[in-house]
Design a protein around this ligand. Sequence first.
Ligand SMILES: *Cc1c(COP(=O)(O)O)cnc(C)c1O
Length: 375
Amino acid sequence: MSGFIFSEKPIRIDRGEGVYLYDTNGNEYLDFGASYACTPAGHCHPEVVDATTTQLEELCYVQASYPHAARTALYERLADVGPVDVDNVWLCNSGTEANEAALKFARHATGRSKIVATKRGFHGRTMGSLAATWKDKYKQGFGPLAGGVEFVEYGDSEAMAEAIDEDTAAVILEPLQGEGGINPVPKGYLQSVRVETATSGAALILDEIQTGLGRTGELWAAEKYDVVPDVLTTAKGLANGLPMGATLCRDWIAEDAGNHGSTFSGGPVVSAAAGATLDVIERESLPSHAADVGGYLRGEIESRLGDDVRDVRGHGLMIGIEVKRGSNRLLRDLAIDHGVLALPAGRTVLRLLPPLTVEREHADEFLEALEAVIA
Ligand SMILES: *Cc1c(COP(=O)(O)O)cnc(C)c1O
């Protein structure tokens, strides 16, 4: 048997450039999904390609116990751009590993075991992160998972306050739920979770794997909500398509994080790619660009299609469009008939996570296709 895990789409992509992908027949696709936010700087950004290939030719890999310039630079870069005081960096290869580390560190540093997570939250598919993920579909038949996880309604401050007790090691949540349907929460909610966790001595873990790196209009969504977590996790677009995750921690977590490690933690090639990606995001002011183009896009969807959809929500270039019929058929029509790629978030929500380099003209191209398939 081969390739049995993923169901595959009927399009063979073999090239990408900027906000476009191309299939083996030479057809062009406007990429409004960025393969789940994995290419914030656009496909094959020349600066990222250059940094990556240069590093590959110099040194592909050396065991993590030997410091290496690309990784040392990335530690400093992440400490610099992370929320204030959340400046101790652990590097890994994916989002689920970044959360797995966050949960381990929080348990070790607090000496407590309970984890509070949110309904409809998504944190990954390894045993610990999966235990903190809401949807049953992802968990069925894999138990027993890591224990001690309690789920509360996302956005309900009182339920959160009640769930946090003296055995709570951590609260883990997304500042804006992605997989769960693009669900924003009021600023006051995250601030109250911050106060409750601090009062109880539990760690606040913000999973910014989808929201981070400029997507919501700030480099981190935490800034948008004026909340500084104890731990912040990032991955997906961190190395613009190469596999990398990071767990950023405050001192009190890092100083008592326990024994953790990973062979490929911060390898030279992915570190070089991530450094270049962060450079591009900063130099091209992609967070504020995302706020601008995203605001335009949301406004236009509302004014042109307001009556044809149930809801439009999100921040920056993380947008959910709740539609009146199944999202799968619409996504298929967008791709096959109009050369536009987007994503689902559940059965009735279209999810837009384009490269942060999209311009208004691309938004217009998307809007035309969306009007054609919905109206
Ligand atoms: C994708 C995602 C993850 C898991 O990342 P992987 O790299 O697939 O392990 C975790 N949390 C959030 C919010 C995500 O969007």
